[in-house]
Design a binder for this molecule. Structure first.
Ligand code: CA
Length: 229
């Protein structure tokens, strides 16, 4: 069950929200002031979304929001605002909240916003995971077609990028020059197998610490190459 922080000092509103979240299949974590909310976040690092009331007896909801974002957290944040001035503050101050709901709100309205934000966060995570291939010190991003080694961007040609993608998607698999040529240059390419060797030699200079002793793209003698990581 997904944990949702409910920061609200008015106990009747808080229990109303809690009941409705439970009914929708969430696990609410309650807090009645800002300090308590920050404590609950510390002991529940798996909270994926926070509902933050703005007017609180100690630190206000905007400050709680700022402190959550200051930790680098990407959790979903919905502000519960009472007045139109507070909405202006949400949009004007850019405190890092994803959405806001104005009081009084209906259970349906609140859970619809929560569901929508949870879905959005989930999709973002999946997309990010699907577009990144990690192998050893390398991070290949297939969305913007970039390669990093130890966090440093390496400049690749499109052919080199496609070679890296092929290797990183097939760790440990010996691939013949013919396979590599077909996968990277396409089946219609009429070039020589030597094209593969030339490009791999160039790629090794960019990615290997010592291109004469390659540890990532290793040679499979008499056959082709393999991603040795
Ligand atoms: Ca309040």
């Amino acid at each position: 069950m997904k944990k949702i922080l409910v920061l609200e000092d008015e106990s009747n509103i808080r229990s109303f929200v809690v009941i409705n979240l439970k009914r929708s299949g969430y696990e609410p974590i309650e807090a009645e002031n800002g300090t308590m909310a920050l404590e609950k976040l510390k002991v529940n690092p798996d909270i994926c979304l926070a509902l933050l009331d703005v007017m609180l007896p100690d630190i206000d909801g905007f400050e709680v929001c700022r402190r959550i974002r200051a930790t680098g957290s990407k959790m979903g944040i919905i502000m519960l605002t009472a007045k139109s001035q507070e909405i202006d503050k949400v949009t004007g101050l850019m405190t890092g909240a994803d959405d806001y709901v104005t009081k009084p709100f209906s259970p349906a309205e609140l859970t619809a916003r929560v569901d929508a934000l949870i879905r959005r966060l989930g999709v973002d995570e999946e997309e990010k995971a699907a577009s990144e291939i990690v192998s050893g010190p390398f991070l290949l991003n297939t969305r913007n077609r970039t390669l990093e080694k130890d966090g440093q961007r390496l400049k690749l040609t499109q052919i080199e990028y496609l070679l890296m993608k092929l290797f990183m998607e097939n760790p440990g698999k010996a691939m013949s020059r013919e396979d590599i040529l077909a996968a990277v240059w396409g089946n219609d390419f009429k070039g020589e197998l030597k094209t593969v060797d030339v490009n791999i030699r160039r790629l090794r200079i960019k990615i290997e610490s010592d291109p004469t002793e390659p540890e990532y793209i290793t040679t499979v003698w008499g056959y082709g190459y393999k991603w040795g990581y």
